[in-house]
Design a protein around this ligand. Structure first.
Ligand SMILES: [Zn+2]
Length: 395
């Protein structure tokens, strides 16, 4: 029975019906056979309609990484000629030149970001090189951190309510929280950040997502040796800032959590680059940027060596805001700095075409990340206010 074979391929439900009909066919009259086949064909139609909705993407895990206040200028052109050897912005003359200077910006960017300009440039995508008219901007008009992170995580700007960096719980639900509400992701969503405002941005209390941020220690009765050592060192090495820890602590807590808890959804927010820039220290900003590239390589190589994650994980990397372009305005951002909303983003994963550096003219926003993540996971984003998905990022 041809119809029956067709139906047998469509779903378990119809396979059962079909088997039943095969078993019983000897006792069916010719008329009954015809009626049964009509019914089965109708069921097949319904079933195919339902199955058109099934997941077609390969992504099962998501890792989102943000890199606070790193400019697109360094990402696409490497160390800035204006600042790379300016003793007003670096401690020691010549200290950056051998590692970070080359007259060709394509060489310079590889010196600064060897992972991005090897692996991501050949296997993933990089958006935001404005030399090609490939523009990524904040949707929000604030151009500082909390509005930037709210936009990335919830999918839309909310300049009415998210207009300061104060420790106020986010009234918006983030994509992390939506996922943590779903049975298949519940308890498998984790966040790590260097800035102590992340527990509020992610609304740790309402969302139930564990957020290790600021100077939080790893907690629990089953701490690994690595977690015990990182806890101890974080208490011994205070770092230069009050509300932001140095990124090695954030990185090693997150890396250990990948190995120990195997989260399906992980958010890591590195923070040093912005704070070094505010302090006017271009050398520290550049060294930190290169170290973060190495950290992201380590995260990617760790997941690609683990069968739970390998070729089933999409990594998206972006930033919360841009910054200025002069020796003074580079230190800063916000609505008064004209380039403060110019940003960038990257992605690598099994569903993302390996187009490398995007050179097509167009406009993207970090608000598009949340819906894109849901699409990569094979789902529609539940909040209609969220920006559209990045169609170029999903095959
Ligand atoms: Zn800042």
């Amino acid at each position: 029975m041809v119809g029956c074979e067709l139906i047998a391929n469509t779903s378990k439900l119809n396979l059962l019906i079909c088997r039943h009909s095969v078993v019983g066919r000897l006792i069916l009259t010719h008329t009954m056979m015809k009626k049964t086949c009509l019914l089965l064909v109708l069921l097949a139609g319904i079933s195919l309609g339902a199955f058109a909705q099934t997941k077609t993407t390969k992504t099962e895990n998501i890792i989102l990484i943000t890199f606070d206040g790193l400019r697109w200028q360094e990402l696409f052109k490497g160390a800035d000629s204006l600042m790379v050897d300016d003793t007003g912005l670096i401690e020691s003359s010549g200290s950056l030149l051998s590692d970070f200077w080359h007259p060709d910006p394509l060489q310079r960017r590889k010196m600064l970001f060897p992972f991005f300009w090897s692996t991501i440039a050949t296997e993933g995508q990089l958006y935001g090189n404005r030399a090609y008219g490939n523009r990524v901007d904040n949707q929000n008009k604030m151009w500082f951190s909390y509005p930037g992170y709210n936009e990335v995580l919830s999918g839309f700007a909310d300049d009415e309510r998210i207009n300061s960096n104060s420790k106020i719980n986010n009234p918006n639900v983030t994509f992390l929280e939506y996922l943590n509400q779903m049975p298949q992701y519940k308890g498998k969503v984790m966040a790590f950040g260097s800035w102590d405002v992340f527990p509020y941005i992610i609304h740790e209390n309402r969302s139930g997502i564990p957020v290790n941020a600021g100077f939080d220690l790893a907690e629990g009765d089953d701490l690994t040796d690595v977690e015990k050592t990182v806890n101890r060192m974080q208490q011994e090495i205070r770092g230069p800032w009050g509300g932001v820890r140095l990124d090695p602590f954030t990185h090693h807590y997150a890396l250990e959590a990948i190995k120990k808890h195997k989260p399906k959804v992980l958010y890591i927010a590195y923070g040093e680059t912005d704070d070094w820039a505010h302090g006017g220290k271009y050398d520290q900003y550049i060294w930190s940027a290169k170290q973060t590239d190495a950290y992201i390589r380590e995260i990617w190589e760790t997941v690609q060596a683990d069968p739970q994650y390998k070729d089933k994980t999409t990594l998206i990397i972006t930033t919360d805001h841009g910054r200025g372009i002069t020796k003074t305005s580079w230190k800063s951002h916000g609505a008064s700095v004209p380039q403060g909303g110019e940003i960038w983003m990257m992605a690598i994963g099994p569903d993302t075409p390996a187009t490398g550096e995007m050179k097509t003219q167009g406009q993207w926003q970090s608000a598009m990340v949340a819906r894109t993540i849901f699409q990569l996971l094979g789902m529609e984003y539940p909040d209609s206010k969220a920006a559209p998905a990045i169609k170029e990022m999903v095959k």
